[in-house]
Design a protein around this ligand. Structure first.
Ligand code: 3PG
Length: 217
């Protein structure tokens, strides 16, 4: 299958529109990183968010960036400017954060690292907008109001596009993706911990393939 070329300068919107789902990945073993990334790419998903939640995460990003050229390694759970710098140094090409601070926004601008920052309130959306951001992660999506919240935001924030993450599953992903202000969703269901631990890459590829075929508005 022909791989769509990536833009020379990757923006947050490119990350969001590449596939309907951004997998949220937790890795405890560097040996899993490359086969996992290959499985996701084989299933049609190449924007990969590796969360900085384990001591091995940066090494995993490095391995994917080095060995899986068809994948785009990103770093999740960025909570500080230092996290953004470490992610970039490891080879991450985009960042995702659970919340937003002006310091993180500034660091990512300085580093030219596209950032999808998490928001859960109107004030947080406005703070991110003040810093020039219009593509945001809605986190934790289900817990913070789900599709009803996104519908409410569509009025005052109709120019913002969201990536709801947190509680999104195969059972409700289509409901989120049907909304006009949702560009993609994020979720951990593509990389179940037991499948990763068992090296069941075929199962992960199949989950990615299903996810890559979800329809957007
Ligand atoms: C997380 O916090 O791990 C991400 O938001 C993914 O959430 P999920 O496991 O509900 O998909």
């Amino acid at each position: 299958m022909a791989v769509k070329p990536l833009p020379t300068v990757l923006r947050a919107i490119d990350v969001m529109l590449d596939a309907p789902v951004i997998p949220v990945i937790v890795l405890h073993d560097v040996a899993h990183a490359v086969p996992l990334a290959r499985a996701l790419v084989a299933g049609g998903i190449r924007m990969l968010e590796v969360t900085l939640r384990t001591p091995q995460a940066l090494a995993c990003i490095e391995a994917i960036a080095r060995e899986v050229p068809d994948a785009v390694a990103g770093a999740g759970t960025l909570r500080s400017a230092a996290d953004a710098q470490a992610a970039l140094n490891a080879g991450a090409r985009f960042g995702v954060s659970p919340g937003y601070t002006a310091a993180l926004g500034q660091a990512c601008r300085d580093l030219k690292l596209p950032l999808l920052p998490g928001v859960a309130t109107g004030s947080e959306i406005m703070a991110a907008m003040e810093d020039g951001l219009s593509e945001l992660k809605f986190f934790p999506a289900l817990q913070a109001g789900g599709t009803a919240m996104l519908k409410a935001w569509h009025g005052p924030f109709g120019d913002i596009r969201f990536c709801p993450t947190g509680g999104v599953s195969p059972g409700n992903a289509a409901d989120f993706l049907a909304l006009p202000n949702v560009a993609c969703v994020g979720g951990s269901w593509l990389t179940p911990a037991d499948a990763v631990a068992a090296g069941d890459w075929a199962r992960i590829e199949a989950l990615a393939r299903e996810a890559s075929q979800l329809k957007r508005a």
